[in-house]
Ligand binder design. Structure first.
Ligand SMILES: Cc1cc2nc3c(=O)[nH]c(=O)nc-3n(C[C@H](O)[C@H](O)[C@H](O)COP(=O)(O)OP(=O)(O)OC[C@H]3O[C@@H](n4cnc5c(N)ncnc54)[C@H](O)[C@@H]3O)c2cc1C
Ligand SMILES: *[C@@H]1O[C@H](CO)[C@@H](O)[C@H](O)[C@H]1NC(C)=O
Ligand SMILES: *[C@@H]1O[C@H](CO)[C@@H](O)[C@H](O)[C@H]1NC(C)=O
Ligand SMILES: *[C@@H]1O[C@H](CO)[C@@H](O)[C@H](O)[C@H]1NC(C)=O
Ligand SMILES: *[C@@H]1O[C@H](CO)[C@@H](O)[C@H](O)[C@H]1NC(C)=O
Ligand SMILES: *[C@@H]1O[C@H](CO)[C@@H](O)[C@H](O)[C@H]1NC(C)=O
Ligand SMILES: *[C@@H]1O[C@H](CO)[C@@H](O)[C@H](O)[C@H]1NC(C)=O
Length: 489
């Protein structure tokens, strides 16, 4: 039986909450019956406890899923029990892992069970050192510490199911390209092993949130080849936006010599200590296997006359902190702010569009009294060789051909009026980028998506992709139990 720490303390609270909901949305379910079926290491959190509050709050406080109870399975078999119980009682459920999922479709969950996977966090490295079996609820930081390998500071399966970008993709491809098999609890509650012999294998790698709860995954792992990393952070005045991205295009895209071990990011944000009037352009040029970035990559930028330039050296494990996304940084905290992004994949920069969105961003972040001052514009240029080494149809991840992942991240305190304003602003910026790209389709990363995009934008517009995904959904989840996160049409 599950630890009843919170059940005993707060059982009445559970029923109070259930009773106060409309009967159609919350049938009166006796969760003690569920608790009795679970392993001794499972836990249940009920409303009114700090543990509950902590694991229902999310990184982005916009259109969040609502749960009446949180169940923390102790074993893979517990997940079977929970899903079966939920099915018997027609209660919705949602897996939770790192709480960074922010797509607004999650808000369609208005009651039910949150299945918090934190205890499924084992890492077993195979004897030959080439694969590892990884628990479905592992945090990337823990995995990195354990393995010194892929990923960053969020849940690991959360990103992987949608594709999974990371520092090592230039060598090895996406996080999901490493998966060899999944243990998964399907919509009907059966625990199944899915590998390349299954039709579902393809779908789990890019559209994985739609099909089940992954209790563990077997993934390729690699020996650490380049422990040391160098970064140079170069700050430019916003006046130079066209020049900076013209040069970036020339260096990174047109000349097309991007070495596998170099990643280029840039951020825009308003930091009045650097520029009191307008957002600053911050380029991060990151190179593996070195203590300083090769000047070949940085000298052309120095010639543009930056405000300043900061070289640093360290190891793979410093990357998250250098780019402002370590566990200690703002982006990892739950602040109560809404944090929607409006992503678009691009092949190259259009310097004129960059100038236009810069102006929109400047106005949004610096006009007097603006609620959006803490926002961030992200331009992620991960190395692409490993991603593009696989055929375009290798998995449900649709955008191997795109070089850049670009998104405004609007940070503000949520509320009806500001939500509407943010949505309009974010989409307007994205529209400028889309029109300037000359692309025929809006390509978005499902894991950054706002939520108002179409399934074609999340999973690829090709008819064959949509048909293949629809067929898998019909076969494995015809009743839409897994349809809160960017659902396939
Ligand atoms: C600060 C920050 C940094 C990021 N960095 C990266 C990055 O480097 N690379 C990248 O690719 N993306 C990155 N992302 C995006 C990230 O991929 C998504 O936010 C992803 O949804 C996070 O997963 P999670 O486990 O944290 O979130 P959760 O909200 O817990 O989960 C997201 C969705 O996945 C489902 N899910 C989680 N685990 C499982 C499982 N085991 N089985 C089935 N379904 C599951 C949940 O039900 C939910 O629908 C980042 C996001 C943030 C906010
Ligand atoms: C819930 O189920 C348990 C176990 O079957 C039972 O002892 C308890 O009386 C039930 N509670 C209610 C309110 O029905
Ligand atoms: C995971 O990492 C966190 C923070 O780094 C740490 O507190 C925790 O003990 C780790 N968990 C496991 C299972 O290693
Ligand atoms: C790009 O390549 C061309 C042709 O090799 C070269 O003339 C040009 O200088 C390169 N541009 C940069 C910025 O290195
Ligand atoms: C990153 O920038 C460097 C320096 O301009 C360039 O040589 C490299 O090709 C770029 N890599 C990617 C992945 O864009
Ligand atoms: C999330 O936003 C709502 C307003 O939409 C607010 O009431 C709530 O306190 C916020 N949550 C957190 C954890 O700050
Ligand atoms: C559950 O669904 C899968 C996939 O459709 C199917 O193969 C399996 O037989 C089903 N199991 C049960 C017990 O119905």
């Amino acid at each position: 039986m599950a630890q009843l720490k919170w059940v005993v303390a707060a059982l009445s609270a559970c029923f109070t909450v259930a009773a106060s909901l409309s009967p159609s949305s919350a049938p009166n379910v006796n969760y003690t019956e569920l608790a009795q079926q679970l392993s001794s290491s499972a836990s249940i959190y009920l409303p009114g406890s700090d543990a509950f509050d902590d694991v229902v709050s999310r990184w982005s406080n916009l259109s969040v899923p609502v749960a009446n109870i949180v169940v923390v399975p102790g074993t893979e078999e517990d997940v079977v029990k929970i899903v079966t119980f939920a099915n018997e009682h027609s209660v919705p459920f949602l897996a939770a892992n790192g709480f960074h999922g922010s797509v607004t479709t999650l808000g369609k969950m208005t009651h039910g069970i949150e299945i918090y996977l934190s205890q499924l966090s084992t890492v077993e490295i195979a004897q030959d050192g080439k694969t590892a079996k990884i628990g479905g609820g592992i945090r990337a930081k823990n995995l990195t510490d354990a393995l010194w390998a892929a990923g960053k500071q969020t849940g690991y399966l959360g990103p992987g199911l949608g594709g999974g970008h990371g520092w090592l993709q230039g060598h090895h491809g996406l996080v999901s390209d490493q998966y060899l098999s999944f243990n998964i609890v399907l919509a009907n509650g059966s625990l199944t092993m899915i590998d390349e012999t299954s039709d579902l294998f393809w779908g789990l790698k890019g559209a994985g949130h739609n099909f089940g709860i992954v209790t563990s995954v077997t993934s390729k792992v690699y020996d650490v080849q380049y422990p040391n990393y160098a970064i140079e952070t170069i700050f430019f005045s916003g006046d130079k936006v066209e020049e900076v991205y013209e040069l970036a295009n020339e260096l990174w895209i047109t000349n097309g010599t991007s070495p596998e071990g170099v990643n280029n990011w840039s951020y825009w944000y308003f930091d009045p200590t650097i520029d009191p009037e307008k957002p600053v352009i911050v380029m991060y040029i990151i190179q593996e296997g070195r203590d300083t970035v090769d000047p070949v990559h940085t000298a052309p930028f120095h010639q543009l006359g930056p405000i300043m330039s900061q070289p640093k050296s360290g190891t793979y494990r410093d990357l998250a902190a250098w780019t402002g996304i370590s566990l200690a940084d703002g982006p990892c905290q739950k602040t109560g702010n809404a944090n929607p992004r409006f992503p678009i994949y691009l092949k190259a920069y259009n310097p004129q569009s960059q100038k236009q969105i810069y102006e929109l961003f400047r106005e949004a972040t610096t006009s007097p009294g603006t609620p959006f001052a803490g926002s961030l514009f992200m331009f992620e240029g991960y190395a692409m060789q490993g991603v593009q080494a696989l055929a375009d149809d290798a998995s449900a991840f649709a955008y191997r051909a795109d070089n850049l992942l670009v998104a405004p991240l609007l940070v503000y305190p949520p509320g009806e009026a500001l939500n509407a304003e943010a949505r309009a602003l974010g989409n307007r910026m994205r529209q400028v980028l889309f029109e300037g790209s000359g692309q025929a389709t809006l390509n978005t990363y499902v894991n950054y998506a706002y939520g108002d995009e179409t399934p074609a934008a999340w999973y690829g517009g090709d008819a064959w992709r949509q048909e293949r995904l629809a067929a898998l959904k019909k076969k494995y989840d015809s009743t839409g139990r897994f349809s809160f996160y960017a659902p396939i049409a």
